[in-house]
Design a protein. Structure first.
Length: 133
């Protein structure tokens, strides 16, 4: 068994695709539009769905925002440089949305460098810096 994807409901599919591809460097892997069912899907990720988990961005026609609730935590993404990733999110915020909610630095009680950002819909993303070696 393996995890295939995580689904996020988004209020503006183009904006979300632009954020995940233009800011976080993912690729659109496939899209599906279901007008009779009134939704569109976009699958984004860093590689082939056959070998990696991806994100399914779901846009339900006519819904421009969601309440995230208190159960959702975050998505974790490994990055080469957490500070540079935060800088990219800040630089793109006006164009794509998103924000930095915790600057890059060591995790409390440890040495792993992490940061937190939010996508345009408010979903939290933990950036975990790849350790050398």
């Amino acid at each position: 068994m393996r995890i295939l994807h995580t689904m996020l409901r988004v209020g503006d599919l183009k904006r979300s695709i632009d954020f995940y591809t233009g800011v976080l460097g993912m690729q659109v892997l496939r899209t599906t539009d279901r007008p009779d069912q009134k939704y569109t899907l976009a699958f984004v990720g860093y590689g082939d769905e056959g070998s990696q988990a991806v994100l399914e961005l779901t846009y339900n026609y006519g819904v421009d925002r969601y309440e995230l609730g208190t159960a959702y935590g975050h998505i974790a993404i490994q990055v080469d440089d957490a500070k540079a990733a935060c800088d990219a999110v800040r630089a793109a915020a006006g164009r794509f949305g998103g924000s930095v909610t915790r600057d890059a630095g060591p995790v409390k009680g440890g040495t792993t460098v992490i940061a937190f950002v939010q996508d345009p819909d408010g979903y939290k993303i933990e950036l975990i810096e790849r350790r050398p070696g």
